[in-house]
Design a protein around this ligand. Structure first.
Ligand SMILES: [Zn+2]
Length: 88
């Protein structure tokens, strides 16, 4: 049996925690709460990207985790356009 980590998501209807399995994290039976993942940077993105589709809560609600990745800054380098800074 393969190893995985768990992400706990509160059902948006009844509030009961629902287990999602993920193979995107360290896969050492680590447990996460879904709302903490946004504070975990790269690890959070990896964990979420490995979450398996949807789960159905005991109350019958289908629950899916949708993550939005926010990028602060993108820098583009063009080494061929380097300016010579000659302060002569
Ligand atoms: Zn529920």
């Amino acid at each position: 049996m393969g190893m995985f980590d768990r992400v706990w998501v509160d059902c948006p209807k009844c509030g009961v925690p629902i287990e999602f399995q993920t193979k995107g994290g360290p896969c050492r039976s680590k447990e996460y709460r879904v709302h903490d993942l946004s504070q975990r940077g790269r690890e959070g993105i990896d964990v979420l990207s490995g979450v398996n589709g949807h789960e159905v809560c005991r109350c019958g609600t289908m629950v899916e985790v949708v993550a939005h990745v926010h990028i602060d800054t993108v820098r583009v380098y063009r080494p061929d356009l380097q300016v010579n800074e000659d302060d002569g």
